[in-house]
Design a protein around this ligand. Structure first.
Ligand code: KG4
Ligand code: ZN
Length: 361
C-alpha cells in the first residue's frame, strides 16, 4: 500500500499513537531505535473526580493530538513525509478516547500514503522494552501489570506469534488496587505513584496484609486484588472507629509489600515452571519502586534475567506503540484496512488488535 515510488526503499519509520486512557502519546521508532516522542496528559483534569472521565479524556486527546505529533516529529528531526507506517492503539481502553487516536492514526496514514497497524495496547507495553534492552529473547514470561490488567503471559515472537495467557486477574488489576487504596488513604490520583511515595517513609512489615491466591491449593498464576484492597479498607475503618490516627505511610508500605510479594512470587514460579530464563515486567505498576526491587531480588535468586523498561516508558506513552509497529513492519506482517474498528474490551491474543496475521513473506 506504500504509494511513494521513488525507486529507493525508504528507511522504515513508524509513527505510533496512543490514546487509550488519559495520555496522548506519540512516538517515532526506526528499526528498534526511538527517534523522538511526546506526551500530553489530561490527568489533572480527572484528579478531582478520583478517576478518568472518558469524555474529558477524549476532548483532551483531540486538542493534544496534532501538537504532540508535531513535537515528536521535531524532536526526531524528521517530517511526516519520512514516516513509512502508522501504528495506533485500537484497544483495549476507553471507547471515546480510543476513537480519537484511531481516527487520527487513519488520517495520518492516509495523508502520508502509508500502511496502518491497529495494535493492542498491552502488546505495546511489552514491545517498549526493546527500545532500551534490544530484541526480546525467543521466548520469555511476561508480567503485565497496569491500571486495567494483570496477566502472566508466555511470549514468543511478539510480532508473529499468538500470546498465551498463563493467568490473569479474576477481579481488580494491580494498578486499580493501588488507585483504590490511595483513595481510601486520602492520597491524590493517580494512586500508584502516591502510594509509592508514601511507602518510602513507612514500615512494610507494620501490617501483615494478605498475599492473595498464594496458598498451596490456589491457582498459581491467577491474581486477585479485590480482597487485599478490602483488607486495607477494613484495617483503616477499624483504626478510625477506634479513634486511632491512621499511619498512612505504614499502611501504604505494607499494602505495597503485599502486592510486590504476590506479583514477584507468581512471576518467578511461572518462569521456573515454563523453563523461561527471562521475565519481562511491564505496565504502569512496573514503575513501582518496591515491585521493581523485590522482583529483581527474587529473579536474581532464581537465576532469572529480569527485563523492565525505564520508569518513564512503563506508563502509557506513544513510543511503546511505535516500537510495536516497528516490530510488525520488520516482521512483514500485513497492515490493517483503513476501516479497522476499535475494540474497547479487546482480549490480548497478539500484537494486532484483531488477532495474529501471517507474515506476507
Ligand atoms: O499502564 P498504565 O500507564 O495504564 C494502563 O494501561 O492502565 O498503568 C496505569 C496504572 C495506574 O493504576 C497507576 O496508579 C499505576 O499504573 N502506577 C503505579 C505507579 N505508577 C503508575 N502503581 C504503583 N506504583 C507506581 N509508581
Ligand atoms: Zn497501559
Amino acid at each position: 500500500m506504500t504509494i511513494r515510488d521513488t525507486g529507493v526503499v525508504p528507511t522504515p519509520m513508524v509513527l505510533g499513537i496512543e490514546t487509550s486512557c488519559d495520555e496522548t502519546g506519540v512516538g517515532l521508532v526506526s528499526e528498534g531505535v526511538l527517534l523522538g516522542d511526546a506526551l500530553a496528559s489530561s490527568m489533572d483534569s480527572h484528579a478531582r473526580f478520583g478517576g478518568v472521565v472518558p469524555e474529558v479524556a477524549a476532548r483532551a486527546h483531540l486538542e493534544a493530538m496534532a501538537p504532540m505529533v508535531r513535537t515528536a516529529l521535531r524532536r526526531a528531526d524528521v517530517s511526516l513525509a519520512d514516516v513509512t507506517a502508522v501504528a495506533v492503539t485500537a484497544g483495549p481502553g476507553l471507547s471515546p478516547a480510543l476513537q480519537v487516536g484511531l481516527a487520527a492514526g487513519k488520517a495520518y496514514a492516509l495523508a502520508a500514503g502509508v500502511p496502518l497497524y491497529a495494535v493492542h495496547h498491552l502488546a505495546g507495553h511489552a514491545a517498549v522494552d526493546v527500545l532500551d534492552h534490544g530484541p526480546l529473547p525467543e521466548r520469555c514470561v511476561a508480567l503485565i501489570v497496569s491500571g486495567g490488567h494483570t496477566s502472566l503471559l508466555s511470549l514468543r515472537d511478539l510480532a508473529r506469534d499468538e500470546i498465551v495467557h498463563l493467568g490473569d486477574t479474576v477481579d481488580d488489576a494491580a494498578g486499580e488496587a493501588f488507585d483504590k487504596v490511595a483513595r481510601l488513604l486520602g492520597l491524590p490520583y493517580p494512586g500508584g505513584p502516591a502510594v509509592d511515595r508514601a511507602a518510602r517513609d513507612g514500615d512494610p512489615r507494620a501490617i501483615p496484609f494478605p498475599r492473595p491466591l498464594t496458598g498451596p491449593s490456589d491457582p498459581p498464576w491467577t491474581f486477585s486484588f479485590s480482597g487485599l484492597k478490602t483488607a486495607v479498607a477494613r484495617w483503616v475503618e477499624r483504626a478510625r472507629a477506634e479513634d486511632r490516627t491512621v499511619p498512612v505511610d505504614d499502611v501504604a508500605a505494607s499494602f505495597q509489600e503485599a502486592v510486590a510479594d504476590t506479583l514477584a512470587r507468581k512471576a518467578v514460579t511461572a518462569c521456573t515452571d515454563q523453563g523461561a530464563d527471562t521475565l519481562l515486567m511491564v505496565g504502569g505498576v512496573a514503575a513501582n519502586s518496591r515491585v521493581r526491587s523485590l522482583t529483581e531480588e527474587r529473579c536474581a535468586a532464581a537465576g532469572i534475567a529480569l527485563r523492565v523498561p525505564p520508569i518513564r516508558l512503563c506508563t502509557d506513552n506513544g513510543a511503546m506503540i511505535a516500537a510495536l509497529g516497528d516490530l510488525l513492519v520488520r516482521a512483514d506482517v500485513p497492515p490493517d484496512p483503513l476501516e479497522v474498528a476499535a475494540d474497547p474490551r479487546a482480549r490480548l491474543s497478539g500484537a494486532l488488535l484483531h488477532g495474529v496475521r501471517a507474515a506476507s513473506r
